[in-house]
Design a protein around this ligand. Structure first.
Ligand code: 13P
Length: 258
């Protein structure tokens, strides 16, 4: 049994004051939904808000994550944040989001280095993969996403691989209101992503790793994703910025949580 994991990626949104308002509005409901351990809920605010959000959810089952990390442990890397700085205040880190690959030139090799650095500092990576519209229309999804998974997991041990979370986020579905179909996302996750993991580590690990869907997830469409056998949760962007929407999405993952 894989425990569903729902993460809110706030991206570059919310001032400290806004972050406080948002977390205060949903904290009690989220804590209630996650209390029995049947689902995991992670909030990923911008770096600067992480300490405040961590303090607001302290003592609750709600977890906190970052949106990026550098692979070096310290030094002359102006503007970057090291894994040892994060593991004092949060448990998860999103790595290789398509926006970082697209706008900040992140490569598969960099993603692999970041995953290793995160693991070395006991941060749980949420590793993003996904194809763009042109690649999707050209029938390249399987080859591209498979290659992203293989590159991300290069030289990562079986034990470490087991604890990594993958987010399948087709780029054409992010922020567009045009989500993938449940069946379509399930096929990429079940066949391509778990297939790549099976090649690398065997079937047991392929079935143990949790894989989220991300891309225009809303309270309206989320049930379609959670009904799929290979989808273990969601990485939520826009809807994670609205307390009622994020609570409703988490509620769909743990309908008996109330
Ligand atoms: P949206 O939910 O806004 O489409 O964003 C998805 C995403 O990129 C989460 O990481």
């Amino acid at each position: 049994m894989r425990t569903p994991i729902i993460a809110g990626n706030w991206k570059m949104n919310k001032t400290l004051a806004e972050a406080r308002t948002l977390v205060s509005a949903m904290r009690d409901d989220l804590a209630q939904l996650a209390r029995d351990g049947k689902i995991e809920i992670v909030l990923c605010p911008p770096f600067i808000a992480i300490p405040q959000v961590a303090e607001l959810v302290a003592g609750s089952p709600i977890r906190v994550g970052a949106q990026n990390v550098h692979w070096e442990s310290k030094g002359a890397f102006t503007g970057e944040i090291a894994p040892a700085m994060l593991n004092e205040i949060c448990d998860y880190v999103i790595i290789g989001h398509s926006e970082r690959r697209q706008f900040f030139s992140e490569t598969d090799q960099g993603v692999n280095k970041k995953i290793k650095a995160a693991l070395a500092h006991h941060l749980k990576p949420i590793v993003c993969v996904g194809e763009n519209l042109a690649q999707n229309e050209a029938g390249q999804t399987d080859a591209l996403v498979g290659a992203q998974v293989r590159a991300a997991f290069q030289d990562i041990s079986r034990d470490d691989a087991r604890g990594i979370i993958i987010a399948y986020e087709p780029i054409w579905a992010i922020g567009t209101g045009k989500a993938a179909s449940g069946a379509g996302a399930n096929a990429v996750i079940g066949i391509t992503i778990r297939g790549a993991l099976a090649d690398l580590y065997g079937e047991e690990i392929a079935q143990a790793v949790r894989v989220q869907y991300g891309g225009s997830v809303t309270p309206k469409n989320v049930a379609e994703f959670f009904a799929q056998p290979d989808i273990d949760g969601a990485l939520v962007g826009g809807a994670s910025l609205v307390a009622a929407d994020f609570v409703a999405i988490c509620q769909a993952a743990n309908p008996k949580g109330r």
